[in-house]
Design a protein around this ligand. Structure first.
Ligand code: AMP
Length: 112
């Protein structure tokens, strides 16, 4: 599987790791869009949210809960946002499911 995020999770491509356990891997985004910009990915390859099925329900919930945990660790008391871009119209550029955790500045709404 020629997937850059699979390789990052496997340690084959360097990244600034924030968290790792048996199920997920989290690392700093290479091009941060906010003072905190972390990507959380499942170690299992899922191409995107549109490819998730019922067997992934627990994993999807875990990614969100761990995003909140990392937000607390970063002391994002003012708030934070999690984002999943799914498909070309949403700007998904890496086809391995990932949750963006953004914080550390005021985040506009609606997103672009
Ligand atoms: P998306 O547009 O939702 O698919 O987000 C992909 C994100 O991955 C972007 O914010 C990129 O900056 C980030 N990214 C791509 N390659 C790397 C990498 N090697 N290390 C860290 N972040 C990356």
């Amino acid at each position: 599987m020629d997937c850059i995020f699979c390789k990052i999770a496997a340690g084959q491509i360097p990244s600034r790791k924030v968290w790792e356990d048996a199920r997920i891997f989290a690392f700093e985004d290479l091009h941060p869009a906010a003072p905190t910009h972390i990507l959380l990915i499942p170690k299992q390859h899922i191409s995107g949210l549109d490819a998730a099925d019922g067997s992934h329900d627990e994993l999807l919930g875990y990614l969100q809960r761990m995003a909140a945990h990392l937000a607390r660790e970063r002391r994002l008391a003012g708030g934070f946002r999690t984002v999943v871009n799914a498909g070309p119209d949403a700007g998904q550029s890496v086809f391995h499911l990932h949750v963006h955790l953004l914080g550390g500045r005021s985040l506009g709404w609606p997103p672009g």
